[in-house]
Ligand binder design. Structure first.
Ligand code: SAM
Ligand code: SF4
Length: 458
């Protein structure tokens, strides 16, 4: 891989023989993309003799994989760095920051935090081993935040950890061209970039051969898959190809943008047997005035129409979404429209956020900001309403027969295993972890809770 940086070009080629047995501790904030990136970093570091530790005190290297989508996770980076300062002073532990904050802040982070060794941008993951070696061998402080023209940063590494035999994320595209007025993603993840379908399908086949049953296709805006690649399939075409891979039983994807949700994709839910009955379709606001100033490119009416079409094509589909409260200019009526949309759609679950100003985005300049207390009140009201809907949705499943893909031991009891339905609901039930992990098991739902279900093998 070549990485174009402000300081020229660097390419892979670490002297693995010289590497010693060392430990790495990774702390991850943010979305699935970041979780997946942390997995990739661990894999790459294993190749140069680092093994994972869950104890920062045991680590030779600490990596903080950051998120800057909202203010709260961004602040966590600085408090995490503060926590690890003592280890640096005491034991000389190497410390690196990766992810969106690294990409955004670059050299400024090294200036601001004198004990920081490494800044690893969102597309620099493949050269992480070289960066580590530069710090170890030459004692340099390094910062790589260039964008990778060859797209090598998109390659998925083999899954690891407890889910390695069950399911895996597969990156199909990254970046975003939408520029919603509140969002930092296009600035820190770059423009939309897709991998070839041949490479993706090959990777899914490999995962199937390893015994994995489920893949979740990852991208900031999966509907834009294939754009910019000459002669490439679109997203529904890619789903059709993956549906043909023997051994893979379940396909999921995240995230799709309502504006680009095509009729062909909606129809895929009725045509593709392996496509799970769940879609995460962020709506952000139920008010047309706010949607316009968010630059989302759809109205509440077109969003609701698409939801109706999805429910027609796939009556059992589970719906989840993201929503923001307190966007600049959001009045009581706009907020009421958001609540109204939530009541109409009856989402299975919602990820709700208070608007947070992101420096460099257009919304950062917007006037008519909503007071913090009002934002908090609106968030609490919305979450109370959704809690009730989620519980009702879960209760409606009591008595039904569900197919569960078992992921491992339940956190609540060592006699229970845990897994997910095709609609992505968590189900715990009594069973043998060794026998059942990675298997599809028929289960009768016996009880509903706000965040999970209980069942019994049928
Ligand atoms: N690409 C996805 C989409 O368009 O729906 C969203 C990706 S973004 C990483 C995840 C979620 O974070 C968004 O859907 C939005 O609800 C939330 N988010 C992004 N920027 C935000 C901000 N400035 N304040 C609050 N929430 C924000
Ligand atoms: Fe951000 Fe909008 Fe792109 Fe989603 S579509 S990543 S919210 S800019």
């Amino acid at each position: 891989m070549r990485l174009e940086t402000e300081r020229g070009v660097i390419s892979n080629g670490v002297n693995k023989a010289k590497a010693l047995k060392k430990r790495v501790y990774i702390e991850t904030y943010g979305c699935q993309m970041n979780e997946h990136d942390s997995e990739r970093m661990l894999r790459l570091l294993e190749g140069v003799s680092y093994s994972e530790t869950k104890e920062p005190g045991e680590a030779n290297l600490i990596l903080i994989n950051t998120c800057s989508v909202r203010e709260k996770p961004e602040h966590k980076v600085y408090s995490a760095l503060g926590r690890f300062k003592g280890l640096k002073e005491e034991k000389g532990t190497m410390i690196g920051v990766a992810g969106c904050v690294a990409q955004q802040e670059g050299d400024r982070l090294l200036d601001r935090v004198p004990y920081l060794d490494m800044v690893i941008g969102t597309q620099a993951i493949p050269v992480l081993p070289e960066l580590v070696q530069k710090v170890e061998v030459f004692g340099q402080r390094v910062c790589e935040v260039g964008f990778d023209p060859e797209g090598d940063y998109l390659k998925t590494s083999l899954p690891r950890g407890p889910l390695a035999k069950v399911k895996s994320y597969v990156t199909i595209m990254q970046g975003c061209d939408h520029f919603c007025s509140f969002c930092i993603v296009p600035y820190v993840r770059g423009r939309e970039r897709s991998r070839s379908s041949q490479e993706i399908v090959g990777e899914v086949r490999n995962l199937a051969e390893m015994g994995l049953k489920e893949v979740c296709l990852l991208g900031q805006n999966v509907n834009a898959y294939g754009k910019g690649l000459k002669g490439e399939l679109g997203f529904p075409g890619l789903l059709h190809q993956i549906n043909e891979v023997e051994g893979i039983e379940r396909i999921r994807f995240t995230t799709s943008h309502p504006r680009d949700l095509s009729e062909e994709l909606i129809q895929a839910y009725s045509k593709l047997s392996k496509l799970c009955e769940h879609i995460h379709l962020p709506f952000q606001s139920g008010s047309n005035k706010i949607l316009k100033s968010m630059h989302r490119g759809y109205t509440r009416e077109t969003y609701l129409e698409k939801i109706d079409r999805l429910k027609e094509a796939c009556p059992s589909i589970a719906l989840t979404a993201d929503v923001i409260v307190g966007f600049p200019g959001e009045g009581e009526r706009d907020f009421e429209e958001t609540l109204d949309l939530i009541r109409k759609v009856q989402f299975d679950d919602l990820f709700s956020f208070k608007f947070s100003v992101r420096k460099g985005t257009r919304a950062a300049q917007f006037e008519d900001k909503v007071e913090e207390k009002v934002k908090q009140d609106r968030l609490s009201i919305l979450q109370e309403i959704q809690k009730e809907i989620t519980l009702q949705k879960n209760q409606a499943l009591v008595g039904s027969a569900e197919e569960i893909l078992v992921e491992g031991q339940s956190r609540q009891s060592d006699r229970d295993v845990t897994g997910r339905t095709r609609c992505n609901k968590i189900v715990n039930f009594e069973g043998d972890i060794k026998l059942l992990t990675g298997k599809l098991v028929p289960v009768r739902i016996t009880k509903a809770f706000p965040h999970s279900l209980r069942g019994k093998t049928a």
